[in-house]
Design a protein around this ligand. Structure first.
Ligand SMILES: [Zn+2]
Length: 116
């Protein structure tokens, strides 16, 4: 997940995750998204319209012809996905996440301790 490669679409079980809960960084368990802001983007990747504030960092990615913004876990720097500006209201953003970079914690379970 540190090589910024993109997994094949539809390969993530999280894409169909509908339960209430929290999406945490798969590497260090920092909470990045909550289930309420997940939406079905039709892309095959878990998509959110807003991250948990302060827990992601981003930089422009010029590898494609159109610039896109890469974002990563603010704590461990692990690559998470890319943010686009064609998402739903209220933000208009689409945070398209690499499914293998996230772990889902159902609301019925407590969040894991952050790890180094
Ligand atoms: Zn992390």
């Amino acid at each position: 997940m540190f090589e910024e490669a993109t997994e094949r679409p539809w390969s993530s079980a999280l894409n169909d995750e509908k339960r209430d809960g929290t999406y945490v960084c798969a590497a260090c368990y920092l909470p990045l998204f909550v289930s309420e802001i997940k939406f079905d983007s039709g892309t095959g990747w878990p998509s959110f319209y807003q991250p948990i504030e302060g827990n992601t960092g981003s930089k422009n990615d010029w590898k494609l012809i159109l610039p896109r913004t890469e974002y990563h876990c603010a704590r461990c720097g692990g690559h998470q996905g890319h943010v686009f500006d064609d998402g739903p209201k209220p933000t208009g953003q689409r945070w398209c996440n690499n499914g293998v970079a996230l772990s889902f914690v159902p609301a019925t379970e407590s969040l894991p301790e952050l790890r180094a």
